[in-house]
Design a protein around this ligand. Structure first.
Ligand code: NI
Length: 192
């Protein structure tokens, strides 16, 4: 057993003592949302706690995806759950060091939003299917083809790990308008 696995096993035994925490979500514009995040080297107890907190934060918001830089942690990790049907089993996914294996030529346009850009929505066109590989929270390699909202969400969240927001897919005028609105919102929040 590698050191990484030993740490996870140890952590799993202690998991009941941890409380999930809702973390504050950074609002654009913020320099931390513009950075390319470095890979996760070890699935440490801190990373496990971060992933659990991110899921809790995402469900609370509510949202379908959340990337580590959105809670101020520069690490290649995001969470998502695009199950939207009322009463359906949730499917929380934690994707560590995610990579795109392939994308479809066929594209899809979705009206996207972002927890870091509240109440702003715009149409973004992306490949309609994407095969992604990543490491899960147990350290196991995973690969899956996503489509529909899952494909859009996975690409939107992966963008976050490269310092790219959905508004970076829009024209300069629309992006500028949204950024000014967000800057104003932050000034108002700062004043209380
Ligand atoms: Ni986002």
């Amino acid at each position: 057993m590698s050191d990484g696995c030993a740490q996870i096993a140890l952590f799993a035994g202690a998991a009941y003592f941890y409380r999930m925490t809702i973390r504050p979500i950074l609002i654009h514009p913020d320099p931390r949302l513009k950075k390319r995040c470095p890979p996760v080297e070890t699935i440490s107890p801190e990373i496990v706690k971060l992933a659990e907190d991110m899921l809790e934060t995402m469900y609370d918001a509510p949202g379908v995806g959340l990337a580590a830089p959105q809670v101020g942690v520069l690490a290649r990790l995001f969470v998502m759950d695009c199950v939207k049907e009322e009463g359906a089993e949730p499917r929380p996914l934690v994707l560590i060091n995610p990579e795109i294996v392939s994308t479809s030529e066929e594209v899809n346009t979705y009206e996207e939003g972002c927890l870091s850009i509240p109440d702003q929505y715009a149409e973004v066109t992306r490949p309609s299917r994407v095969v992604m590989r990543w490491t899960d929270l147990q350290g196991a390699p995973q690969q899956e083809e996503f489509d529909g909202l899952w494909a859009t969400c996975a690409q939107h969240e992966l963008d976050h790990l490269n310092g790219r927001l959905f508004i970076d897919h829009l024209g300069a005028i629309k992006r500028g308008m949204i950024t000014r609105k967000m800057a104003k919102l932050k000034r108002e929040q700062a004043r209380g």
